[in-house]
Design a protein around this ligand. Structure first.
Ligand code: AKG
Ligand code: FE2
Length: 199
């Protein structure tokens, strides 16, 4: 592991670490994430990120894509592979209450079978019906082994506000997840020169 970094702000309370890309398990995960999308270049991927939340750990609503404006514009330059085209969030370990992944702008699908994967309140479950009452907002349940995949960008490359999401506070237990972000193009190995030069 490289890291971990402890990030503790009101926006986010979690720890992140980056497992080595040379590890065979990491390579296999990368291959699966790429082939799911029909890609083969590992350079499209950022190093995969493991995130662990303690009690009260959370990540407030955000988009994984970066706005094309200062001060984050430099995160979507060509040498960084452009913007984050897609995201996987994989639940590696989850025995928490709370800790769902909420997409407040999405419409909840009507079919009841989704309630195995997303939160559905009792009162939204009419008896005898295969459908649930329509609602805006989808919260995925943290279930180890499950993964959420979404595309962050419109076809023209603009960021999609419908992808705004949050990691809800963990109330008890703990939750560990994996972020796999695919960029719009290969991330070049090129690193821009630092301002410091030796004479
Ligand atoms: O913890 C979650 O449920 C989501 C995490 C997330 O959105 C992120 O790390 O970018
Ligand atoms: Fe996110």
């Amino acid at each position: 592991m490289v890291g971990p970094d402890l990030i503790n702000t009101t926006m986010r309370l979690s720890q992140s670490a980056y497992p080595p890309r040379s590890h065979p398990v990491v390579k296999r995960i990368e291959e699966r994430a790429l082939s799911f999308q029909g890609y083969d270049s590992r350079n499209r991927l950022e190093p995969i990120q493991i995130v662990q939340y303690p009690i009260d750990g959370h990540y407030n609503a955000h988009t994984d894509w970066f706005p094309d404006e200062e001060p984050v514009r430099e995160l979507i330059t060509r040498h960084k592979g452009g913007n984050r085209e897609s995201s996987f969030f994989v639940y590696l370990h989850a025995n928490s209450t709370g800790g769902g992944t909420e997409f407040p702008k999405l419409s909840r699908p009507a079919e009841k079978f989704w309630c195995d994967y997303i939160e559905c309140a009792e009162e939204d479950n009419p008896e005898g019906s295969n459908n649930v009452t329509a609602r805006t907002g989808v919260t995925f349940k943290p279930i180890a082994g499950n993964a959420i995949f979404w595309r962050n960008l419109h076809p023209d490359g603009q960021g999609h506000w419908g992808t705004r999401h949050a990691g809800q506070p963990v109330k008890s237990g703990s939750k560990t997840g994996l972020n796999i972000w695919t960029r719009q193009m290969d991330i070049a190995r090129y690193k821009p020169p630092t301002a410091k030069s030796e004479s």
